[in-house]
Structure formats: structure tokens, C-alpha cells
Ligand binder design. Structure first.
Ligand SMILES: Nc1ncnc2c1ncn2[C@@H]1O[C@H](COP(=O)(O)OP(=O)(O)OP(=O)(O)O)[C@@H](O)[C@H]1O
Ligand SMILES: [Mg+2]
Length: 449
């Protein structure tokens, strides 16, 4: 990205030209204004990204100017310069929308550091915007739903690496969306009009896998009546997806390593190797680091594959994605099965958010499809969903008062946690008065964890 363009507003001339000179030397587009009026005029005509703003000016004050700049361009980033020791002014500036403040005398390194910080931030915002647009455009058919920060990072990595030819490993538990990510990478790459060939290494018997991948010549072995082109050759110019890579035998591991290194394959019984131009993406739900340590997966192959690693977190670590996914699958299956269900009851919603989903997104998808097919009501209700397995249900033996108290404490803690610790909400959820809730919180000494 180009260096930011910066407007320096400072009435003291030596200070101003010193800053201007320094910023220009660092490659910034820096311009200077000696008073508020000039600054506003310049700001009207130039798309400054950052303003370095002195708090005290001859014709106006920094705070007023800050407001004006923000009105004219809400995205502008302002660094306020305040006099040494006037922390109140700095606080006011931050409240007024400044991103940073500096106190006089200005430490040049500090200034550069703050500018870079702002640049990084705006660069990120910009990147996210592009990312969202790219994703929206490209994936009308391939819907990739998320709202969590963790998945946002995954998506951002996908977009960044898609255009490269880097080999990558997609890691993650079963059902987290590894295959969707592979589809995305291919669809976003320049290879998108070429084949995306998928091979599930765990599903094909060892002996067949080799010929599936590399092909064979007629007569290579008994039963090889005609030449077979392997998947690597079929994916030429495109992408090959090796799913469950953790399951391949040592022999195939070494053959695969050769393909990656030489970019050529040898058909069984073939005389010459064949060049292939293919991007390799592997996926696994095993922990390959462990497998390498145990000696079951070749270290050199692992490093060749692991140029870029995309780890997709399990659904339980990104519960924020659940509501969006629920609505997405709901719509998909309501349409697919031509049902006219209106939505979820509140209880059902709560339950769906609470599940542990050892099968991740696929499990959520299955639960919703099943509920939609089976429900007889207008809304999917608790009865249409599998029960939440009870973990550590306290035994019902012993002192009744103690048991009831333990249960109360647990219910209240959970209700608070599920309602962002807002007592009004938790109370209405529990069917208690707020006063009663407060009393019990005190009684059981419940505290936010
Ligand atoms: N972010 C998502 N948005 C929409 N659908 C998703 C998302 N993630 C996963 N899915 C859906 O969940 C199901 C499982 O996803 P996928 O097959 O990609 O998982 P996987 O990690 O390859 O699983 P496995 O390890 O079992 O092969 C698919 O139907 C997929 O469409
Ligand atoms: Mg898969």
C-alpha cells in the first residue's frame, strides 16, 4: 500500500517544517497548514488519511477542528498534539474521535510508531472490505457462513493464498468445513476454470490408491487392459485435493513427496515421467505434528505440504457462528423439502446454541434438516431436537436442601452467563423477580467468572 497522506496542522513554523521534512523523508505525502482556516481549505481539496493536529491554534482550537474534520470525512484518523502534562486535553481529544495523541516535545520515533499503527489498522479495515466484497461476489453458490473473528481470519487467509500456487494443509476436526475451504481456494484462484479433482485417501484401499493417483499403462499388471490416467494428470493446470492425507502408507508418502518435488508423475509401468502443473491441497483431521513425532508420517513430506496451514477451529470454539449457520441451514432445508416452517421457538434456539457439536457444522446441519423434515408444528421446537446430553448431573441422593441450593446456584449462574450478566434479562429468563435474583446472587455469592 502507498504511504498515507498526512496533513500537519501546527502554528509554530519551525516545529511544523521539522515534522513535514521528517515525514516526507519517510515517504509520506505530507502537507502543512499554519492555522485552522487554511487547514479546512486544504482538507476540502485533498483526501488526507491522517491529520496531525495541534491542540492550540491561533484562530480556533484543536477540538473544534477535530470535529470539523470528522464531519467532513468520518474515516480520517487524527493524532492530537497536546502540551506536556495536559492529560485532560488528551482525554477530550480521544473522546472527540482522535485515534492517538502525542505530548510536546514530540518524540519522532513515537510519532512514526503511531502513524504506522494507524496505517496497519486502516490497511486491515480496507483488506476486510475487499475480502467481504470478494466473498460476496464469488460465493453465491458456495455459501461460506461465519461471523466469528476466528473464521474471519480463516477467510482472510483463504483469499490471500488463493491466488498463489502454494501447497497447503487444511486441518480441523471432522465436519468443520475443510472441504468448503478447499472449494473456496480453488474458486478464488486463477485455476478456477480448470479441474478441481478430489481424492479421499482414506476411502480408497491402499493398493488401488496408488493407481488412482498415478495411473498405469496398459499391461502394467494383470488386469491392466488399458491405460488409466491418474488423478494427478487429470488435475493438470487445476487443483488436486488430497483428503485424509494422514491415512496414506509410507510407500505412497514417498511417491507423493516425489511428485511435489519434481512436479512430475510416473504411471505404473510407464517409461517416462509426465510433467504436471498442479496445485496440491491436503486435508486431515489428524494431528500431523503428532504423527510426525511418532514416525507414522514423513517429516519431509509434512514440511513440503505445510507451506501454508489453515486450521479451522471446531464449532464449540466459535459459538457466534451458530445463529447464522442455523438460519442458513433452516432456509436451505425449508426450501429443499418444500416445508413452510416459520422458524425456531426460543427454547429451540437456546438449545441449538448450547449443544457441544462434536460433529461440528455437519452435525448442526443434520440436526436442522432432521428437525425440519419431522416437525409438525409451525416452528421447530425443543421436541424436534435431540436432547442435550446431561454431563455431570448431580445425583439426587443426600440432603434435599443442599441439592436444591446447588441446583439453584447452577441455574442462576448459567442464566447470568447466557444473558451477558444482565440481571433483568436473567431474572425474566428464570421467572424470578429482579429483587429475588439479587437476593440469591448475594446468598450464593455468585460472581462473574
Ligand atoms: N462456514 C460454513 N458455511 C456453510 N456451510 C458450512 C460451513 N462449514 C461447513 N459447512 C457445511 O457443513 C458440512 C461439512 O463441511 P465439510 O464437508 O466441508 O467438512 P469437513 O471438515 O471436510 O468434514 P470431514 O472431516 O468429515 O471431511 C457441509 O455440508 C458444508 O457445506
Ligand atoms: Mg471433508
Amino acid at each position: 500500500m502507498d504511504r498515507a497522506s498526512i496533513l500537519i496542522v501546527e502554528d509554530e513554523e519551525t516545529q511544523r517544517s521539522l515534522l513535514g521534512g521528517l515525514l516526507k523523508k519517510e515517504g509520506y505525502g505530507a502537507q502543512e497548514a499554519g492555522d485552522g482556516g487554511t487547514a479546512i481549505e486544504m482538507f476540502k481539496d485533498n483526501p488526507f488519511e491522517i491529520v496531525l493536529l495541534d491542540y492550540k491554534l491561533p484562530d480556533t482550537d484543536g477540538l473544534t477542528l477535530l470535529k470539523r474534520f470528522k464531519e467532513m470525512n468520518p474515516e480520517v484518523e487524527v493524532i492530537m498534539i497536546t502540551a506536556f502534562g495536559s492529560i485532560e486535553n488528551a482525554v477530550e481529544a480521544l473522546k472527540g474521535g482522535a485515534s492517538e495523541y502525542l505530548t510536546k516535545p514530540i518524540e519522532l520515533n513515537d510519532l512514526l510508531f503511531k502513524i504506522r499503527k494507524i496505517e496497519e489498522k486502516t490497511h486491515l479495515v480496507y483488506e476486510n472490505k475487499i475480502l467481504k466484497e470478494t466473498l460476496k461476489d464469488r460465493f453465491k453458490s458456495e455459501e461460506f457462513i461465519y461471523s466469528s473473528e476466528k473464521m474471519h481470519e480463516v477467510a482472510s487467509l483463504v483469499v490471500r493464498i488463493a491466488k498463489t500456487d502454494s501447497t497447503c494443509i487444511i486441518a480441523g476436526e471432522s465436519g468443520v468445513g475443510k472441504e468448503i475451504v478447499v472449494n473456496l481456494i480453488h474458486a478464488l484462484s486463477d485455476r478456477r476454470d480448470q479441474p478441481l479433482v478430489k481424492v479421499n485417501c482414506a476411502a480408497i484401499p491402499e493398493t488401488l490408491l496408488e493407481s488412482e493417483l498415478f495411473g498405469y499403462e496398459k499391461g502394467a499388471f494383470t488386469g491392466a487392459y488399458q491405460r488409466k490416467i491418474g488423478k494427478f494428470e487429470l488435475s493438470n493446470k487445476g487443483t488436486i485435493f488430497l483428503d485424509e492425507i494422514g491415512d496414506i502408507s509410507p510407500l505412497l508418502q514417498s511417491k507423493l513427496l516425489r511428485v511435489i518435488q519434481e512436479r512430475e508423475v510416473e504411471r505404473l509401468g510407464g517409461l517416462h515421467p509426465v510433467k504436471v502443473d498442479v496445485r496440491i491441497i491436503a486435508a486431515t483431521n489428524k494431528n500431523l505434528d503428532e504423527e510426525v513425532k511418532n514416525g507414522t508420517f514423513r517429516e519431509d513430506l509434512y514440511y513440503r505440504l505445510n507451506v501454508v496451514k489453515i486450521h479451522i477451529p471446531p464449532l464449540r470454539e466459535r459459538k457466534e457462528d451458530i445463529p447464522l449457520l442455523m438460519d442458513f441451514f433452516f432456509k436451505r432445508f425449508n426450501d429443499k423439502h418444500k416445508r413452510n416452517v416459520k422458524g425456531f421457538t426460543r427454547e429451540a434456539r437456546d438449545m441449538l446454541i448450547k449443544y457441544d457439536y462434536s460433529g461440528n457444522v455437519r452435525e448442526l446441519e443434520n440436526i436442522i434438516e432432521r428437525a425440519l423434515v419431522l416437525t409438525r408444528g409451525e416452528y421447530i421446537s425443543k421436541e424436534d431436537l435431540p436432547p442435550i446430553p446431561d454431563k455431570g448431573q448431580p445425583s439426587l441422593e443426600g440432603n434435599m436442601n443442599e441439592l436444591i441450593e446447588a441446583m439453584e446456584k447452577r441455574m442462576i449462574t448459567e442464566a447470568l452467563a447466557n444473558n451477558d450478566w444482565i440481571q433483568t434479562k436473567a431474572a425474566s429468563h428464570l421467572g424470578l423477580s429482579e429483587r429475588m435474583l439479587r437476593y440469591k446472587i448475594k446468598k450464593y455469592n455468585i460472581m462473574k467468572k
